[in-house]
Design a protein around this ligand. Sequence first.
Ligand code: NAD
Ligand code: DAU
Length: 346
Amino acid sequence: MTVRKTSGAPAARTWLVTGGAGFIGSNFVHLLFAQEPNARVRVLDKLTYSANLKNLQLFRGRKNFQFIKGDICDARAVARAMAGADVVVNFAAETAVDRSIDDPHTFLRTDVEGVHTLLQQARKEPQLKRFIQISTDEVYGQIKRGSFYENSELRPRNPYAAAKAGGDRLAYSFFATYGLPVIITRASNNYGPRAYLEKMIPLFVTNLLDGQKVPVYGAGLQIRDWLYVSDHCRAVHMLVDRGVSGEVYNVGGGQECTNISLVRRMLKLMQRDERSIKFVQDRPGHDFRYSLDCSKLQRLGWRPEHNLRSGLRSTIDWYSANEDWWRPVKANMERRFFTGYWGRKR
Ligand code: NAD
Ligand code: DAU
């Protein structure tokens, strides 16, 4: 789907980016303006605890940028934000696994009902050419050996993952039933600038910058695949035009490692030693390993530009240079994040 003016120059499209004040959504808006400076971009965001308007301050006052504070479960706010949109990218979600274990209902509301509200409005927008539902590798559940393909069975194992699986399949159903031009992406663990500090990498980097210990769950043997956030955003942007409606695309960094080996890499890069590690109580039902086969996306020409070495370096550099961004965030975070969310190990 390439929208063109009669002159042959690409026409400026109207984008609705939900959750654009959060980590990945804001990085996406930055990428979008870099790729399409004339795009008309609307961000709809409820501004939950993980949002930060500083993430979008570069665009304040721009004629082709509009921020709307609102909830994706609110049909009126959604109708206003989506009116006339060519492309919708839904990043808005409750995203923290640990919090979902404490409070599943908040996750069901935003990650399923909110997706439903967006999809219903999308049916009323005949000009809409693409609806991207940002899903996650967690919908597949854990895998000991091998990797998940887009057609692997979904076996989500925590309330966040289950809610995201609901939103993911609901989006697909609107393609199959109503012909909505939906694409679903399932990405692995993102890291990079502007991530709320409850997630492992930003929490640990800022703890180490502060001379604090890092709380490793269990023995740190779980495996995650790390994806630098701009690589994820490039994939989403590419899929808007090159992806096929009704399809799912895995987006992984191809950088799998155990949590403890990742921590050791961080310690080395930040000139700290093992005394900075504190092993704490494990997350209930902690998924052991995620792994994605991304050949479907790669066949469209996408490759990650960052490996863990370059991505960690630039993430550490960003948090080192942006204390004014993270210090106020950290000052407002619950203490349990620093001492071990599920408790200290006895
Ligand atoms: P985030 O928590 O940093 O940002 C989420 C944003 O959504 C926030 O700005 C928040 O205010 C907004 N939001 C939450 N509920 C809302 C609602 N009801 N209405 C409107 N806005 C609402 O999360 P993130 O890490 O940027 O994740 C973005 C998306 O990517 C999510 O859909 C998540 O499931 C998915 N994802 C994240 C990762 C990761 O590693 N962070 C990996 C794969 C997929
Ligand atoms: O895989 C994609 C998912 O990655 C996204 O869909 C989620 O939105 C995102 O939050 C993330 O989920 P994880 O649970 O994998 O991310 P988190 O940063 O919370 O944890 C990464 C790993 O580090 C995980 O194995 C748990 C561990 N961990 C985490 C924290 C916060 C610790 O050992 N100590 C910690 O304090």
